[in-house]
Structure formats: structure tokens, C-alpha cells
Design a protein around this ligand. Structure first.
Ligand SMILES: C[S@@+](CC[C@H](N)C(=O)[O-])C[C@H]1O[C@@H](n2cnc3c(N)ncnc32)[C@H](O)[C@@H]1O
Length: 272
């Protein structure tokens, strides 16, 4: 398994073996909820459209894509010079208050903050300010090899900061869509927005439309009655996955998830 640059709530890293069984081949993988890019890093499509609503996440990916070496050098020096709690809060303050910060500095600080935050939390307040506390017992890891591997894979990718509706509007014939939204009934605030039932319904409606149009669609979510009903026309596979957020994180407890799959019928195959 290829490891990711960031620890991320809801990362698919640990279930890629299961997920890969359901992802068909295609010209391009569209990922509207990219998070840590665990899926991009553990699949092999000719091209990727990688999107997320979090602008700092996408800025980090773009900076690595274009400026891998200077970004790595800058981030390594920020890690080396700011190991203690006081430095963490000082960097967090600059990150939140300095509107004129260059994009490469912002990317280096974002990587530093997420790697030094309590449990690797990437948490923002309503104004978009990063507000995760310092991880006192942290032995911060600098993800050098993960950045290198990402930069190679990123040559095939386009990164956009966008709401899922905008990303899904770009789907064309030959694409495969994989959606890993904030899960129904769980922690839903990844950035300043929330992901409530209305967004789950909008997403499912769009994915059902794409599936009807013959686009292969795969979606992960929690195994709730709402999700079962929204994806009633999809094949639904149950899996258990380690909880990565909330009080059960790191306790070994598992959550029930589903992988909903819609694949176009091959010619000669009778649709179910
Ligand atoms: C479950 S996580 C994805 C995890 C990812 N598959 C991984 O392996 O790391 C959900 C992601 O959706 C993003 N997100 C939340 N609301 C969104 C929206 N309306 N449009 C696009 N992305 C959104 C969050 O920033 C978060 O990164």
C-alpha cells in the first residue's frame, strides 16, 4: 500500500484492497472528495481529476505538483525549526492571519500544522481558521518519500478546489467516478461547510443520473437506511472499516460501511 502525505479523517488507505475490487478500468478517475488522495495513490488510471472543497489541501497538492523540490526543502526547514508547542501556535497564528503569505509557504505550513496537530486533526472554525490544538506527545513524521511518490503520480492529475457538484459536471464518456463524501450520520464538518442529508440526496441524485447515462460509479458511505435507499439501484457491498475519527478512533473499533457500485452492462449482458 502507498502511504499518504497527510493523515486524514475517513482515509481509504486501509480499505484499498476491498475498494480496488470494485473500481473498473477507465480513461480517467474522477474523485470529487479526494481527502488524503489514498485512492489516487493506490490505483493506476491514465489520468485523474482530483477535487476537494478544502483550498489548503488542493494548494498543497498543486505546490507539490509544480514545485516539489523547493516545497520539500521549505517544509523540512519549517519542521526542523519549530518543534515545540509555542512554535506550533505561532505558525498557526501566521497561517490564519497572514493574508499575504505566498502559496508555497502556505502549503509548507499546512503540512507542518496537520503533522503536528492533535491526532493529525485538520480542523477549521467557521471563519476558515485552522484551530486544531498541538499534539504534545507527537513525534512528527516528515513524509519525504510520500511527497516524492505523490509528485510522480501528480503528473497524471489535475487538482481543483471545488464543490462536488462542480466536479461531477465535468464527467465525460470513458471516465470512472469514485465518491467518498463525509459519511451519513457521522462527523460531517471537514471544512467550514457541513454535509447534511440534503447534500447526501443531491449527491445520490447526480450519481444515479450518471449511472443511468452509462458512467461507472462507485461510492462509499456508512451503512444507514438513508444510504441504502438513495443507492437502491446500485449493487451494495458491506465492509467493516477501522474508525478514524471520533471517540472510537484508534480503539480498534470498526464501523459498517457500504461500497455502492454501478457498472454499465456490457453488450450482450442483461441488465439486472
Ligand atoms: C471522507 S473524506 C475523503 C477521504 C479520502 N477518500 C481519503 O482516502 O483520504 C471527505 C472529503 O470530502 C471533502 N468535502 C466535504 N464537503 C465537500 C463538498 N461539498 N464538495 C467537495 N468536497 C467536500 C472534505 O474536505 C474531505 O476531504
Amino acid at each position: 500500500m502507498n502511504k499518504t502525505i497527510l493523515k486524514w479523517p475517513g482515509s481509504k488507505a486501509k480499505v484499498m484492497g476491498e475498494l480496488n475490487k470494485h473500481l473498473p478500468a477507465g480513461n480517467r478517475l474522477i474523485e470529487p472528495f479526494a481527502g488524503s488522495c489514498a485512492v489516487m495513490m493506490n490505483t493506476d488510471y491514465p489520468a485523474y481529476l482530483v477535487a476537494d472543497i478544502n483550498p489548503d489541501l488542493i494548494n498543497l497538492y498543486r505546490q507539490i505538483q509544480e514545485f516539489e523540490k523547493p516545497l520539500t526543502a521549505l517544509a523540512a526547514s519549517v519542521f526542523a525549526q519549530n518543534a515545540d508547542e509555542e512554535s506550533y501556535y505561532s505558525i498557526r497564528k501566521s497561517f490564519n492571519d497572514d493574508a499575504g503569505m505566498t502559496l508555497i509557504h502556505r502549503a509548507a505550513y499546512f503540512l507542518y500544522l496537520t503533522r503536528h496537530a492533535y491526532r493529525g486533526l485538520c480542523r477549521f472554525n467557521q471563519n476558515g481558521g485552522f484551530n486544531a490544538p498541538y499534539e504534545k506527545t507527537a513525534k512528527p513524521y516528515f513524509p519525504n518519500e510520500e511527497i516524492q511518490a505523490f509528485a510522480i503520480k501528480a503528473k497524471r492529475a489535475t487538482f481543483i478546489c471545488a464543490d462536488f457538484t462542480e466536479t461531477l459536471a465535468q464527467v465525460k464518456a470513458g471516465d470512472v467516478v469514485y465518491c467518498d463524501p463525509p459519511y451519513d450520520g457521522t462527523f460531517t464538518q471537514y471544512h467550514t461547510n457541513t454535509f447534511a442529508e440534503i447534500q447526501q440526496r443531491q449527491l445520490a441524485q447526480k450519481l444515479n443520473e450518471l449511472a443511468t447515462a452509462g458512467v461507472p460509479v462507485v461510492a462509499s458511505n456508512s451503512d444507514t437506511s438513508l444510504i441504502q435507499s438513495l443507492y437502491g439501484d446500485f449493487e451494495r457491498h458491506s465492509i467493516t472499516a477501522p474508525r478514524s475519527i471520533g471517540v472510537a478512533a484508534g480503539t480498534g473499533k470498526k464501523a459498517n460501511e457500504i461500497i455502492a457500485v454501478s457498472r454499465p452492462a456490457k453488450s450482450g449482458e442483461v441488465a439486472a
